[in-house]
Design a protein around this ligand. Structure first.
Ligand SMILES: [Zn+2]
Ligand SMILES: [Zn+2]
Length: 341
């Protein structure tokens, strides 16, 4: 089978690998469509020290089960919550499996989805990480559900309610999804701040209800203050890898505001948050990492019910054109790229 393999450094190759065989408790699936995550893009551009190479990366996908190992009886199309908890630690017992002490993730500790076939780990089968995809949801739509689950996870801390103003940094796929989810929660003003003009123009089409602004514009802070009638924004979500947004976001936050540091920062993350601002505003600052099985179910439900249209964000490429797909993400001609083996 063909796989897009990360060999270390910044080296990726289309490699011929043997099709995996199902062991006890495992299943083998054909990958119908695999989506490229921001994390995959970061590894592609800057390399990753954390991954044991060579490894097939990728963790967002739609699968068709083709072989069941001993004790397994699965069939049909599935998506999977890729972050698999141990089921035993304190976080797992509370249902916060994404915070597991020994978290193992498809495409990180297990071989990933940028391949024709994948071995579904026994832990994933046993702990219910496979979620049935309804017939009317396409392979491509199902493959981009997991990042929506990560956004749902982040927003679970933010308690967005009717009348809230929400500022999102970053107009990529996840920035736009955050905007759409905020509107569903009843936010009255949703603003997307983005430095790239290309992305700003696209975001206006994707989420017409949002005000899309240039955060590098000198008048940005003024503009924002006039929209929110001086008081600041109730919720800030940083869906981009720029540390400056953490500091600026906190400055713009209203009293009792909530901020999600959603996007991780590459390299140095010692950005100074003014702790007195947190203190006097009684601000809540939240992290967010990955998602639980339940959040993946909720995300698929939003897509299946038609409440969230993810198809409009997708550009499809063949797996053998993976380099081209990554290139289109880098030059911003694709918003969310998916690979079809
Ligand atoms: Zn992802
Ligand atoms: Zn655990």
């Amino acid at each position: 089978m063909k796989a897009f393999v990360y060999n270390g450094g910044k080296d990726f190759t289309i490699t011929e690998l043997p099709i995996p065989k199902a062991g006890t408790g495992e299943a083998i699936a054909r990958v119908l469509c695999a989506s490229i995550c921001g994390t995959d893009l970061r590894t592609y551009r800057f390399g990753s020290e954390k991954l044991k190479t060579p490894i097939t990366i990728g963790h967002e996908a739609c699968y068709m089960i083709v072989e069941n190992g001993k004790g397994v009886n699965l069939s049909g199309r599935y998506t999977a919550a890729p972050a698999i908890g141990c089921g035993q630690c304190k976080s797992c017992k509370k249902g916060r499996t994404n915070m597991c002490d020994s978290l193992k993730t498809i495409g990180f500790q297990y071989p990933g989805t940028f391949a024709e076939y994948i071995r579904i780990p026994a832990e994933a089968v046993e702990r219910g990480h496979l979620i049935n995809v309804p017939d009317h949801v396409t392979d491509q739509e199902a493959s981009v559900v997991e990042p929506v689950a990560c956004a749902i996870n982040a927003q679970s801390f933010l308690k967005i309610e009717t009348g809230d103003s929400v500022l999102i940094y970053g107009a990529g796929y996840l920035g736009c999804i955050h905007a759409e989810l905020s509107l569903m929660q009843g936010a009255s003003k949703v603003m997307i701040a983005e430095v790239s003009e290309k992305r700003r123009e696209k975001a206006k089409g994707f989420v017409p209800e949002a005000s899309v602004m240039d955060s590098s514009d000198k008048a940005f802070m003024e503009m924002l203050r006039s929209i929110t009638s001086e008081s600041g924004v109730d919720v800030v979500i940083t869906a981009c890898p720029a540390g400056v947004t953490h500091r600026q976001g906190l400055e713009l936050l209203n009293k009792n505001g909530r901020m999600s540091l959603f996007g991780g920062l590459p390299g140095e993350s010692n950005y100074h948050l003014d702790s007195n601002l947190i203190h006097y505003k009684e601000a809540g600052i939240f992290g967010a990492h990955a998602s639980t099985v339940n959040q993946n179910r909720q995300a698929l439900e939003l897509v299946a019910s038609g409440k969230l249209n993810v198809a409009k964000y997708i550009s499809a490429f063949s797996l053998t054109d993976a380099h081209k797909a990554f290139g289109c993400l880098i030059n911003e001609t694709a918003e969310k790229a998916v690979l079809i083996p």
